[in-house]
Design a protein around this ligand. Structure first.
Ligand SMILES: Cc1ncc(C[n+]2csc(CCOP(=O)(O)OP(=O)(O)O)c2C)c(N)n1
Ligand SMILES: [Mg+2]
Length: 305
């Protein structure tokens, strides 16, 4: 199947309203489950709104895979990870690696929401000399654990990070998000085999299962199914959930390390472009840049979501 892509619309960054974006912060201590979920839902809406303006202003980005992973990122950084700006130097804090590094704008916006990056810096995304490159670089942002972008590297690094944690006798956990197209990379399966063999219960692999890769469906390219069975065969404790459901995500993250002593693999069923009607599950939006009208239409839909 071939996909026709529109030309990138001409972008004048200075004409794109940057709007103010503020640090949102973690779910408050003592919040009820309902309050926590409401906090995460509101944060995810704000992160999506800022992200789409960043992509518009830069004239580059991967909005489809960003919108599919934002609920996962926001739940991790604002709720589940034992990690905050004040804990960066703590060897026992949790680790997170975004293996699908092309979704960098979603990570930066979430890091700003969590207080790791000055929200004002978001307007430098992909500008010359900016720290906010098109793919995350660990030498530029303290909270970025591993430089990613070439697919198939983040998960192997996460397995090494988790193994080091186990050898250190530390309670720290390592979370990593891969794309589902990315799971076609053989390096990931070597890494999973190692994680299973070493019983790395402190590792949680989240597969952003949006069923699309660049320009085609995963199933039409090199099918992954039966993915949960394959993950189980490699020694994983497998959880399947709806990847836009903040309650399901936080419950699954709270169960790491699994009682079975196995590494956890979460197959998070998501939609590329979620929840925007004209982007959702549409392969054309892998790295298409929205026009001004499309940004406005998306922001209106977000307000109603
Ligand atoms: C090794 C490698 N090959 C190709 C690419 C180009 N590329 C960037 S994103 C992408 C598709 C990834 O699909 P998926 O992992 O499903 O990500 P998502 O759908 O979440 O955007 C490709 C082929 C790359 N970054 N690295
Ligand atoms: Mg995908």
């Amino acid at each position: 199947m071939t996909v026709s892509e529109d030309l990138v619309p001409e972008v004048h960054p200075e004409d794109v309203p940057q709007e103010t974006f503020e640090v949102i912060g973690r779910v408050p201590e003592g919040a009820t489950r309902e309050e926590a979920i409401a906090h995460l839902r509101d944060a995810a809406r704000a992160v999506r709104g800022r992200d789409i303006r960043m992509v518009r202003a830069a004239g580059l980005g991967h909005i489809g895979g960003e919108f599919s992973v934002i609920d996962i990122l926001v739940t991790l950084y604002l709720d589940s990870l034992n990690m905050g700006p004040e804990l960066l130097g703590d060897p026992d804090r949790d680790r997170f690696i975004l293996s699908k590094g092309h979704a960098a704008a979603a990570l930066y916006t979430t890091l700003a929401a969590a207080g790791f990056i000055d929200p004002e810096d978001l307007s430098t995304f992909m500008q010359p000399m900016s720290q906010l490159n098109g793919h995350p670089a660990r030498t530029k942002i303290a909270a970025v654990e591993a430089s990613t972008g070439p697919l198939g590297h983040g998960l192997p690094i996460a397995v090494g990070t988790a193994l080091a944690g186990k050898l250190d006798g530390s309670a720290r956990r390592t979370f990593v998000v891969t794309g589902d197209g990315e799971m076609q990379e053989g390096s990931n399966w070597e890494a999973l085999m190692t994680a299973g063999n070493h019983g790395l219960a402190n590792l949680c692999v989240i597969v952003d299962r949006n069923r699309l890769q660049q320009g085609a469906r995963v199933a039409d390219t090199n099918d992954l199914e039966p993915l949960p069975d394959k993950l189980r065969a490699f020694g994983m404790e497998v959880v399947e959930l709806e990847g836009h459901d903040h309650g399901a995500l936080r419950d699954a993250f709270a169960n790491v390390p699994a009682a079975s002593g196995k590494p956890t693999a979460i197959v998070a069923h998501t939609m590329k472009g979620h929840p925007i009607s004209f982007m959702s599950d549409n392969v054309a939006w892998h790295h298409k840049v929205p026009s001004e009208e499309q940004v406005e239409a998306a922001l209106t839909e977000l307000e109603q979501s």
